[in-house]
Design a protein around this ligand. Structure first.
Ligand SMILES: C[S@@+](CC[C@H](N)C(=O)[O-])C[C@H]1O[C@@H](n2cnc3c(N)ncnc32)[C@H](O)[C@@H]1O
Length: 204
């Protein structure tokens, strides 16, 4: 959740997010939308100026989507995915130029193919990994790895306490570095609530 001053438009999207938090506890995995501070850190780490095809997992109400859209290379293709139809509607309203699809990150390759692409250069994930069962963590991480071009970058975040939970530890200390041997972690983003770290993983 953003703790800095929010415009009335941001307030509107925050309210729409909060309504879904209680309705979809198994997929949302946050107490509110991410802050602009986290959106900017995630986007900056993604090195968007070098990317021709960009994918976002779990757009929510479009906090990251808006910043990615503003910072991507002119002409780059940008696909945003979310499983929740209410979040898909919100992201489309907020970012009308972005191709926002209702579907799971597991099916990224199919959605990219439907748009005429076989690979992507960058994936930015807002997914709640700690909430996911192990098989879903494996399927989505595998799908991300397979669809990334060699040299591509996978950027995701975790609340600072997530790696202390068994499922968070399994993902951030086990599965992520096992799949992507080059993982680095940002400083803590204290302006986010809860505070978070950004993880940057490069495919060889
Ligand atoms: C923690 S929220 C983050 C939303 C937004 N990126 C932000 O930072 O405010 C997680 C988002 O992932 C979406 N999500 C959950 N499982 C998904 C999946 N398998 N594929 C795509 N999106 C998913 C949820 O619907 C939710 O919008």
């Amino acid at each position: 959740m953003a703790i800095e001053h929010e415009s009335s438009e941001h307030g509107h999207f925050t309210w729409r997010f909060m309504k879904e938090v209680f309705r979809t506890t198994k997929t949302t995995g946050a107490v509110g939308p991410s802050s602009m501070a986290l959106a900017e850190e995630v986007t900056c780490r993604a090195q968007l100026q070098a990317a021709d095809v960009v994918v976002e997992f779990g757009s929510g109400t479009g906090v990251f989507t808006e910043v990615i859209d503003r910072n991507k290379k002119p002409g780059a293709y940008f696909l945003a995915l979310d499983v929740n139809p209410e979040f898909v509607r919100a992201t489309r309203e907020r970012c009308p130029r972005v191709h926002v699809v209702e579907g799971s990150a597991e099916d990224t390759a199919r959605f990219l193919q439907e748009a005429g692409y076989h690979h992507c250069d960058v994936i930015i994930s807002g997914l709640p990994w700690t909430l996911f069962p192990e098989e879903l963590q494996d399927r989505i991480l595998g799908a991300a790895y397979d669809v990334l071009r060699p040299g591509g970058r996978f950027v995701t975040f975790a609340y600072t306490l997530s790696p202390l939970f068994p499922s968070g530890k399994r993902f951030f200390k086990g599965k992520l570095p096992a799949k992507f041997p080059n993982v680095t972690r940002s400083r803590a983003i204290w302006k986010n609530f809860p505070p978070a770290h950004v993880y940057i993983a490069d495919k060889d």
